[in-house]
Design a protein around this ligand. Structure first.
Ligand SMILES: C[S@@+](CC[C@H](N)C(=O)[O-])C[C@H]1O[C@@H](n2cnc3c(N)ncnc32)[C@H](O)[C@@H]1O
Length: 571
């Protein structure tokens, strides 16, 4: 497929990530999504309910009456039935009377619900859920007290088996539709290149990194809807509250106070609770940052966990991201937590003066211990510093990397060159270095490149070279630093690979490309370009053939999906 040079990248993406009917589906809901819905607006709905809070049948007929027109109107409340889950966990629903397609956040397959239309599109609409009329097929009790209010895990009330099924289906659908590969033979057929999803053994407490935000307004649940806390509504807006937690769904400005997250380690939760308590008491010495006025000091709190490379015991890192470069303000808090938790081997302060949401500091101060933690993976030890990427589910990363290695189909005679693109701290390349001639890793973040080099040295690996560079801004010199690789491993972040990089890979003609992705939509788009390009800007007669698609569940209770796709050069 030729890509016209006059077609902007953005336009190209939106055309290819969704078929024409769904091409303008947004990545998040508009600002008045369910979780940010005001109490007043909730009251305006006046949905009659029985004593159990279930809508009465007369209410349903109310909805049926207004939904008679085939095309729903913005603001209209409709009774829907959810049939399946689309990418990012949006429920694919149909209007009960007309069958009109509506995408609705938090709707689950089999659920009957009332939803309000927020956007009308050609051939479909988008809505947010107001009320469940009857629960979905695979309902389970969500164990987290914050479920429904927190933007973190949205699938806790869906049985794990059903989560897996939805993820597997989404990967297969995206590859078929966006990647234009059509339907593969079913997963259990010997000719199928679509593999069943690999489940995750731990469904909770699997995350080794959590990022919390500070805010000046506490965001709590009032009845069924989210609003600022009662106290905050009644006080002078200049009076500052202290909030530390996770964002309400889709909201950059609403922080739901959280003192316990079921995805992280129990000790990390104890550290979080202590920092919460200290923050509440010392709000004037350590004021939280206000995303609207851009005033304040504390922006983010990141807690990472790893393991001591000798004893295997838990190690923790706390990273305070602040707006202002005054590390001395943090010292009382640092002394307080480090005295209570011997597991805290590293406390750092990243200073980020920007007004954006980034937590990467322009400057870093080590306030306690060393500037890194360690972790074991695939028999190696990795040093991880505050701003370096490391797979957030260590146990499942073992499984992921094992699958990557299998897909590389290494000869094992140390003759092959491997190019490890988007290599982070070098973990994938280093884990296969003993079986190849040389690994060349490319990475944008200088700290991650430094970690990768240190990790190679620490593990006695001499055949790995790590180079810092931006793979979205390739120059004509790219490729001069390394010999032609036999195998390319690419693991880009969510936007996927730049057209220039895809074009480079098509010219490079490595025997095999193993594409690891945390975004199957952009991955499918890139697979289409690598396998179906003919002439045009991407030029070349080179084509790859898709031989293996392996979804791996790294993130239970969320709709995030990881997959490994393998391409072989067509001869
Ligand atoms: C999904 S992570 C994968 C890291 C590594 N492969 C691993 O398994 O730990 C993507 C990595 O790409 C890096 N990255 C993002 N944009 C980049 C760019 N434009 N050029 C080079 N590296 C980039 C990120 O810093 C991050 O380390």
């Amino acid at each position: 497929m030729a890509v016209s040079s006059c077609l902007s990248r953005r336009c190209f993406y939106s055309l290819h990530l969704f078929p024409r009917r769904y091409s303008s589906l947004p990545s998040s809901l508009p600002s008045d999504s369910p979780r940010t819905f005001s109490t007043a607006a909730a009251l305006r709905l006046q949905i009659p309910r029985d004593s159990r809070g279930v809508c009465s049948s007369s209410t349903r007929s109310e909805y049926n009456r207004v939904s008679r027109s085939f095309f729903p109107k913005k603001g209209q409340d409709l009774e829907l039935e959810c049939e399946s889950l689309a990418y990012k966990g949006l429920g694919v629903c149909k209007v009960v009377e007309t069958g009109f397609v509506v995408f609705c956040e938090r709707a689950l397959p089999g659920e009957r619900l009332v939803a309000r239309i927020v956007k009308k599109r050609k051939g479909f609409a988008e809505a947010y859920k107001l009320k469940t009329l009857s629960v979905h097929n695979n309902a389970v009790m969500a164990p987290c007290k914050y479920f429904g209010e927190c933007g973190g895990c949205k699938a806790q009330n869906l049985a794990y088996e059903a989560q897996l099924q939805a993820k597997e289906q989404q990967v297969h659908d995206l590859v078929a539709r966006v990647g234009k590969f059509g339907r593969s033979a079913p997963v259990d057929h010997p000719d199928s290149y679509m593999m069943p999803i690999v489940p995750c053994l731990s469904q909770y407490h699997y995350r080794n990194k959590m990022e919390f935000s500070y805010g000046t307004k506490k965001w709590r649940r009032v009845g069924e809807y989210m609003t600022a806390s009662k106290e905050a509504e009644n006080v002078d807006p200049k009076v500052m509250e202290f909030a530390l937690g996770l964002h309400a769904p889709g909201r950059f400005d609403k922080v739901l106070p959280i003192d316990h997250c079921l995805l992280q380690h129990d000790i990390s939760n104890q550290v979080l609770a202590m920092i919460q308590e200290f923050g509440e008491k010392n709000v004037h010495q350590l004021p939280p940052y206000d995303v609207r006025t851009h005033e304040g000091f504390l922006k983010h709190l990141i807690i990472r966990s790893g393991r001591d490379c000798n004893t295997g015991e838990l190690q923790l890192m706390v990273n305070f991201v602040t707006k202002v470069d005054k590390p001395e303000l943090l010292q009382p808090l640092v002394d307080h937590i480090s005295a209570s938790f011997p597991q805290l081997v590293s406390i750092v302060n990243n200073v980020n003066t920007s007004i954006g949401p980034s937590s990467v500091g322009e400057k870093e101060h080590v306030l306690h211990g060393v500037g890194f933690i360690t972790e074991h993976l695939r028999g190696l030890v990795f040093e991880i510093s505050a701003n370096s990427f490391f797979q957030t589910n260590t146990d499942q990363a073992e499984v992921l990397y094992q699958c990557v290695e299998e897909q590389c189909k290494l000869k094992g005679d140390s003759s092959e060159i491997v190019l490890d693109l988007f290599c982070g701290t070098g973990s994938i390349g280093l884990s296969i270095a003993s079986r190849v001639k040389h690994v060349y890793g490319y990475e944008l973040v200088p700290e991650a490149v430094a970690d990768a080099r240190r990790n190679a040295e620490r593990n006695g690996i001499l055949n790995a070279t790590f180079i810092q560079g931006d793979l979205n801004k390739l120059t004509g010199d790219f490729g001069k630093d390394f010999p032609k690789p036999d195998i390319v491993i690419t693991d880009p972040n969510r936007p996927g690979m730049h057209l220039k990089l895809i074009s480079f890979l098509l010219k490079l003609k490595a025997r095999r490309i193993v594409y690891v992705s945390c975004n199957p939509a952009t991955c499918a788009r890139d697979l289409d370009l690598l396998c179906h390009s003919q002439g045009g800007e991407l030029g070349m007669e080179t084509r790859y053939q898709l031989v293996h698609v392996q979804p791996v569940d790294m993130f239970p209770q969320t709709f995030h999906i990881e997959c490994i796709c393998t391409l072989e050069l067509c001869t």
